[in-house]
Design a protein around this ligand. Structure first.
Ligand SMILES: Nc1ncnc2c1ncn2[C@@H]1O[C@H](COP(=O)(O)OP(=O)(O)OP(=O)(O)O)[C@@H](O)[C@H]1O
Length: 889
């Protein structure tokens, strides 16, 4: 922004600026008075809605609900606008002052597919000294006569406020930013964009924008609606379809811009995005807590904010995997491993099926059962849990085949009676209660569903099927052999190395199998709460997609008469509860324990939850997503448009190319749980994949967070981590030099504590103490080494002190807790991955040597850490070479 005239005495008391502030205050007061009236109108509408309900008709209740809902939304938006309602003013060149349609940025309500009275009016701004003047604010405000008092920042008429530059003034002569506290205007800052046309205009200001960047951070991100910059505005108002991909270095406003874009999309396309929902995904809960106030402060409370660790209902990540293990869990081949896992023999499933027909005992052994299971999976197009019915049919086919092999069809009809006795004996031997003979005899409806031919046509096959399906040994077997499984059950079962080895095929080597199995055995103990990692959550989601829910009943309906698969009012094939008139409480006695477990599971079963899909998904810190995490997101946005923000230079993920491929599939709408793989092992692109969606790419280039002094340090780390990358341009100089202190290895924690205490006296706002990751679990380290990647060494530029061993204490959560103990809340102690996306007034970076050496991407992780602070940066190291690495001279 330009450097305008400031602070001259006017001669009428106060400075020119004071007079300008007073004039603006009068206008702002008028806008607030009108806001108050609008509030009263909204409240009156709510009361009217309730009054209508007293009329008591059904129609009036519906009207009331709609009216009350609308009025409540409006009242909420008006409340949000109360703080800093008006923040901008544009004075347009005289030629636009006629106010006729067609002038640049003609004011209007929200465009797109939705009208909304808060758009700011369909009349132009008012005329002052022959120029059109537009006031820009958080929401649109009109007079009772529908003249525009304030234009909503998202309306087309507000665009010039953000886009006009001296090179391209777009008809704007002067742009004014009003800084307010509550209802009071406290400061102004002007930009003169077209000096030629500025006659009679006062220009004041003193760099308040830059000064505002240095304000103390309160621990929560704030909206930037008054100071959005042109390149940022282009992203915010980018097309609503396809994908908007935003790149930029730390502090360039990627997160802020993505959130303002959500507010913009919800305003301009409320019907489309409001009803089907917007999902904002961040790296961890600390981050979502940090940004959660921004959208409500813009009047948008409807977006769903989730971290990658809590996207799956019923599962919450509490830790990060060590890098080597994260790489294994996050890689695309894991999809094939999980697919094999869900098609494997379920844990505890019986190895043999025995039924009796016409006195002949028919058996299927493990080998035959495995064949049937493989066939059932091959033929089922839906999810595994839904395929129990098909499995039952294939079992009957296999049994019939065996029966035929045994010469069964030639056995005399009279043998059937003998069978009953034999059958009872078998049941007793298995410890199962006998079936109710009377019930079993009634249902000889041998024809199977789906229009399949019934056996050999003479009816014997039909009777065979009917009799077998009635047998408890068959139904009990089915329930145990093809259980309804939950994602966590399957992942827990992979804690068994033998089972995981079977599922691994050629996708994992022996060390990887051992490391992964150990990790899941730890994470999902048989007893006690799970301790899932971020990557585990994506795997649970993959499993959920594979297992799916059993077919859900749309309504309770009466069972088909004598349906043998209905046991105690529950269809055991589908899990469907059916109203069975003949059901007697005593029948409970016949329920086997397997069924009881089955049923109790069904009640709290995670798999029956619907996975929501969204109309728009925002992915922040996208550079860190693994392929498996992209698949998880892709399932939530098959029809969505996307905003993806990232900085590849900050990526902790090693195989960016594979992650890119997975991202493309997710954004392109490819069904991520695509069945099968091509011979080369890459996932098959389904024949009818959705067309590639339009992609709009943007780059943000100005660093609004770091002082130039801190930016210089982070640029040095960037040069080591990624020599070809360009740092962003920092715009604010603080005069505060970063500090690098060399301390004894065993004194790192104590020095960190002392540094935090010292900084408490220097900054008003937040302090982040950023420490290395906790040590890797032993099994995961061995996995890394097995892949030719030692967890503790990597390639580094010669100028970086690369040959040191990581130093200091093991940075466990307990060590961190001790470090934070007794310090005020504005001090946060967190590890380098938790610090992603956050910012602090002051940051203490502990043991850069350890951070850099902890993973193959360690230098990039360090780059993230050193770019968190706005004012003070203190680095504590046990290796003196880091001083010269980080500081010039
Ligand atoms: N136009 C602006 N006006 C005022 N403040 C801004 C502006 N743009 C960004 N900021 C501020 O700069 C800081 C950094 O923004 P943000 O966190 O969005 O950056 P980022 O690019 O997402 O960073 P990182 O990559 O480190 O996560 C925030 O405090 C934000 O409010």
């Amino acid at each position: 922004m330009s450097s305008p005239v400031t602070g001259r005495t006017s001669g009428h008391g106060g400075t020119v600026k004071d007079q300008e502030i007073a004039a603006e205050q009068r206008y702002v007061d008028t806008a607030y008075e009108r806001l108050e009236e609008m509030r009263a109108d909204a409240q009156a509408m709510i009361r009217e809605g309730y009054r209508q309900s007293l009329a008591g008709t059904k129609g009036s209740l519906v009207d009331r609900d709609a009216m009350v809902h609308q009025a409540a939304l409006r009242a909420q938006a008006l409340d949000v606008a109360d703080d800093g309602l008006v923040f901008g003013r544009l004075d347009l060149a005289a030629r636009d002052a006629t106010g006729g349609p067609g002038g640049p940025g003609e004011p209007g309500g929200p465009g797109g597919d939705e009208g909304d009275a808060t758009g700011g009016g369909d009349r132009p701004g008012r005329v002052e000294n022959g120029r059109e003047v537009r006031y820009i604010g958080r929401i649109g405000v009109r007079t009772r006569d529908h003249d525009s008092l304030v234009i909503d920042w998202r309306a087309p008429a507000a665009e010039d406020f953000y886009r006009a530059t001296p090179e391209d003034p777009r008809g704007v002569v002067r742009r004014r930013v009003l800084h307010s506290r509550g209802h009071a205007v406290v400061d102004l800052e002007d930009d003169l964009l077209d000096p030629e046309a500025s006659e009679g205009l006062t220009v004041v200001g003193d760099g308040a924008f830059i000064a505002s960047l240095a304000r103390a951070r309160e621990g929560a991100m704030r909206d930037i609606v008054a100071t959005i910059q042109r390149e940022q505005d282009e992203v915010i108002r980018a097309p609503a379809d396809g994908t908007v991909l935003v790149r930029g270095a730390p502090g360039t406003g990627k997160t802020a811009v993505a959130l303002h874009r959500v507010a913009y999309l919800l305003f301009r396309h409320r019907r489309r995005f409001g009803s089907r929902g917007v999902l904002v995904v961040g790296p961890n809960p600390r981050f979502t807590a940090y940004i959660e106030r921004v959208l409500p402060s813009l009047g948008e409370g409807s977006a769903t904010l989730r971290s990658l660790g809590d996207l799956v209902d019923g599962a919450t990540a509490t830790a990060h995997d060590a890098p080597a293990l994260a790489r294994l869990k996050g890689a695309e081949p894991m999809a094939a491993v999980l697919r094999r896992a869900v098609t494997d023999h379920a844990p505890g499933a019986p190895d043999e099926l025995r039924v009796v027909f016409k006195g002949v005992v028919v058996r299927l052994d493990r080998a035959r059962l495995d064949k049937v299971r493989a066939e059932a999976h091959r033929r089922s197009r839906g999810s595994v849990n839904a395929a129990r019915g098909r499995a039952a049919e294939l079992l009957l086919d296999a049994l019939w085949e065996r029966f035929a092999d045994l010469g069964g069809p030639d056995a005399p009809e009279s043998a059937e009676a003998e069978a009953t006795g034999l059958w009872s004996a078998i049941l007793a031997a298995d410890g199962l209660a006998a079936i109710d003979e009377a019930e079993s005899g009634t249902s000889a409806n041998g024809s199977r569903g789906g229009g399949r031919p019934s056996g050999n046509g003479d009816g014997t096959r039909g009777r065979f099927d009917a009799r077998v399906r009635e047998q408890r040994a068959f139904t009990d077997f089915l329930v145990a052999w093809w259980p309804i499984r939950r994602p966590a059950d399957v992942l827990r079962s992979l804690g068994d190395p033998d089972r995981l080895r079977r599922a691994a095929g050629r996708d994992l080597d022996g060390d990887a199998v051992r490391a992964l199995a150990a990790s899941w055995a730890r994470a999902l103990p048989d007893e006690g709460p799970p301790a899932l990692t971020y990557q585990d959550v994506a795997l649970l989601d993959e499993l959920d997609a594979l297992l799916g829910s059993p077919p859900r009943p749309s309504r309770r309906r009466a069972p088909a008469e004598g349906d043998p698969y209905v046991v105690d009012g529950v269809n055991i094939l589908t899990g469907e509860e059916v109203a069975d008139e003949t059901w007697e409480p005593e029948m409970r006695e016949l329920t086997t324990s397997i069924e009881r477990v089955e049923r109790s599971r069904r009640v709290d079963d995670g798999v029956v939850e619907e996975r929501p899909e969204y109309a728009h998904i925002v992915v922040d810190e996208a550079q860190d997503l693994s392929p498996m995490q992209w698949r998880m997101l892709g399932r939530r946005g098959r029809q969505a448009s996307w905003t993806v923000v990232e900085d590849p230079a900050q990526s902790a993920w090693e195989d960016l190319a594979a992650a890119r491929e997975a991202m493309d599939a997710a954004l392109g709408g490819d069904p991520p749980a695509s069945r099968g793989r091509s011979r080369r092992g890459r996932p098959k692109r389904p024949a009818k994949a959705a067309p590639r969606r339009a992609r709009h790419e943007y780059e943000l280039t100005t660093n609004y967070r770091n002082s130039t002094e801190i930016a210089a340090v982070s640029a040095r780390v960037l040069a080591l981590a990624l020599p070809e990358a360009r740092p962003a341009r920092a715009v604010r100089t603080s005069g505060i030099d970063p500090v690098v202190r060399v301390v004894a290895e065993n004194g790192l924690a104590a020095s960190a504590r002392a540094a935090a205490e010292e900084l408490l006296g220097r900054v008003e706002g937040t302090i982040g103490v950023i420490v290395p990751l906790p040590p890797a679990e032993p099994a995961s380290e061995s996995a890394g080494e097995a892949d030719g990647q030692t967890a503790l060494s990597f390639d580094m530029e010669p100028s970086a002190p690369s040959d040191v061993e990581p130093s200091g204490p093991a940075w466990t959560p307990a060590v961190r807790d001790r470090l934070a103990d007794g310090l005020p809340e504005r001090v946060q102690v967190l590890d380098v991955l938790e610090a992603k996306g956050l910012e602090f007034d002051a940051a203490v970076i502990v043991a850069p040597e350890t951070v850099a050496a902890q993973s193959p991407r360690g230098l990039r992780v360090l780059y993230v850490a050193v770019s968190r602070a706005t004012q003070h940066l203190t680095v504590l190291t046990a290796d003196p070479r880091w001083r010269t690495t980080l500081l010039p001279g």
